[in-house]
Structure formats: structure tokens, C-alpha cells
Design a protein around this ligand. Structure first.
Ligand code: ZN
Length: 206
């Protein structure tokens, strides 16, 4: 993990995105706050921590202390979303809210004013290496439109199946933070692939 963080940072990544899975909210497990804390000293690139867990409010303090710059929770996992968003912001990090593919964008409208980002899952969460769901493109556009009207500082982030082929599509739809996992790390050169991804996304906006 340390090597991956250093490679992404050296390649010029704007954020390091961490997928935290608990084996309950999603059918897979990854890591907890100690790992984030252990790799924190390796770079000054902001840490974007995506909590795919049940009861995320019980973990946000530990992840904030571990060095998360942004903490994202799922609307599906938070009966009192506004309270969790406030809790995150009170601890210091910026807050994001994530939506599974079937969850409507309107479900986050009431907290948009307090968010740094809305993270749209463009695959079903739980595993890397999945294929981008084409039906998510109009949802990105809808989220971007809603965010622009409620809070222009809130960016749309996409996670799942992002590669050089899908990057232009999501960028054109309004995504401004693109998460890449398999597409980046399953290549010979993280730096060259990151540059390709960036050019594909930015080129689509020119
Ligand atoms: Zn993620």
C-alpha cells in the first residue's frame, strides 16, 4: 500500500482515494484507520477516504485522527445524514456523501450546502475491476446540475470502472474528481497512465 501511495503521489495524483469496506455494508473487507495512519507520512497529497461501512459515525473520528482530509459516507448507511456530515466537519475534514447506483441524486439535496463532494458509485460497490454502468452518465449530469445550483464548491466525484475510455464520458457529464484503481495500478507505469487519464478527461472539456 505504501508503494502504491508513493507511486500515485509521484505521478501527480490530486488525491489518494481509500476504499474502506467492512464486509457488512459491502461484501468485501479492506482496512481500517491504522493503515491510513501508517501511510499518511509518505505524502502531502490529500487523503480522500470513502467509508463503505455500516454505522460510519462510529469510525469517522478514528479516520480523521488517522489523517483523512475528506471523509465520505454513504447516504444508504446514514439514517441521519446531516448529523454525520456535521460530525465530520466538526472533526476537521471536509465531508462527502456517496450514492450507490440505484440511489436518487435528490436524496442528498438537503446536505449539498455542507459538502465538498458528492461521490457517485458508477459500479455496484464492493470490488475493484468492474465495468462502468452506462446508465450512470445522465445521473452524473443531474448531480452536477443540482450541485451547481445549491453549492458550486461541491464537486462530483465518480468511482468505479473509470479508465481512458470512460474518463471523457464522465468528465463531459460533469464529473470533476475521477477515481481510478485497476485502470491505474494494473499498468506498467502509474505515471504514464495517470497522465493519459488526465488528458482524456481534460481533453473532453476543451
Ligand atoms: Zn471509493
Amino acid at each position: 500500500m505504501g508503494e502504491a501511495v508513493e507511486a500515485a503521489a509521484a505521478a501527480g495524483a490530486d488525491y489518494i482515494h481509500f476504499d474502506v469496506m467492512d464486509g457488512k455494508f459491502v461484501p468485501n473487507m479492506t482496512f481500517g484507520p491504522p493503515l491510513v495512519r501508517d501511510v499518511r507520512p509518505l505524502t502531502s497529497v490529500p487523503f480522500d477516504v470513502h467509508l463503505m461501512v455500516e454505522r460510519p459515525w462510529e469510525l469517522v473520528e478514528a479516520f480523521a485522527e488517522a489523517g483523512a482530509d475528506n471523509l465520505t459516507v454513504h447516504v444508504e448507511g446514514c439514517p441521519d445524514l446531516q448529523r454525520v456530515v456535521q460530525q465530520i466537519r466538526n472533526l476537521g475534514p471536509t465531508a462527502g456523501v456517496s450514492l450507490n447506483p440505484h440511489t436518487p441524486v435528490e436524496s442528498v439535496r438537503h446536505v449539498l450546502g455542507e459538502l465538498r463532494l458528492v461521490l457517485l458509485m458508477t459500479v455496484s460497490p464492493g470490488f475493484g475491476g468492474q465495468t462502468y454502468i452506462d446508465a450512470m452518465t445522465p445521473k452524473i449530469a443531474r448531480a452536477a446540475e443540482l450541485a451547481a445550483s445549491e453549492n458550486p464548491e461541491c464537486l462530483i466525484e465518480v468511482d468505479g470502472g473509470i479508465d481512458v475510455r470512460t474518463a471523457p464520458t464522465v468528465a463531459r457529464a460533469g464529473a470533476r474528481i475521477l477515481v481510478a484503481g485497476s485502470a491505474l495500478f494494473n499498468t506498467r507505469s502509474v505515471a504514464a497512465t495517470l497522465q493519459e487519464l488526465r488528458e482524456a478527461a481534460e481533453g473532453a472539456l476543451r
